[in-house]
Design a protein around this ligand. Structure first.
Ligand SMILES: [Zn+2]
Length: 200
């Protein structure tokens, strides 16, 4: 097998961790007291994960990881604003992370609130970020909620790939930014490239 690129290796680890979580065979790595000592002087996580603040998908749990393994940025709907974008940029540049995973999920309430606003209207900043995805998929077949969430993920990837600080790193192949989608009941993360799915 060819030597894996750094981001491919991290994808593989995330896939393996998620497979353990799905199967209920978690190892719970890096969660015992010695790990705190090990990382007290500095962190070297494997990836940055941008995901929703939803209580049902904590990244360290669904990827069977532990302390110091993932740099996590969470907002409702995994919406990227100025501060969350800079958080991703900081992680990628200062910690030299090869992978940014943008993880959306089934049943996202932030997306729902824009599709079906409560009395008084949807939160304005969330709506402004999500609305272009709603417009894009309006005539698509299939599940509107899921389609909007997935197009929003693609748009978030594109926005990060073209950010001033990340664009040169993306061009040089020093960071890969990819979308993925989490299924609530199965616990499975879909879309992580790997040997079976074909790494592009
Ligand atoms: Zn959500």
């Amino acid at each position: 097998m060819d030597q894996l690129k750094a981001w491919e290796q991290v994808c593989l680890e995330l896939r393996e961790g998620n497979a353990r979580f799905v199967a209920g065979t978690m190892l719970h790595p890096h969660q015992a007291p010695p790990r705190r000592q090990e990382i007290a002087a500095g962190q070297s996580p494997r990836a940055v994960v941008v995901t929703c603040a939803d209580s049902r998908l904590s990244p360290e749990i669904i990827f069977d990881a532990g302390l110091g393994d993932l740099f996590v940025v969470r907002t409702a709907g995994a919406v990227i604003g100025d501060v969350s974008r800079e958080s991703v940029e900081l992680a990628v540049t200062s910690l030299r992370l090869p992978l940014a995973l943008i993880l959306g999920h089934e049943g996202c309430a932030a997306v729902r609130t824009v599709l079906d606003p409560p009395p008084g209207g949807a939160p304005e900043h969330l709506a402004a970020h999500l609305w272009p995805a709603v417009e894009a998929v309006r005539d698509w077949p299939g599940d509107l909620w899921e389609n909007v969430t997935k197009v929003h993920l693609q748009r978030t990837v594109a926005a990060l790939e073209t950010s001033t600080r990340l664009a040169p790193l993306v061009r040089d192949g020093r960071v890969k930014i990819i979308p993925a989608y989490y299924r609530l009941a199965s616990g499975r993360v879909e879309g992580l490239p790997g040997p079976a799915a074909g790494a592009g």
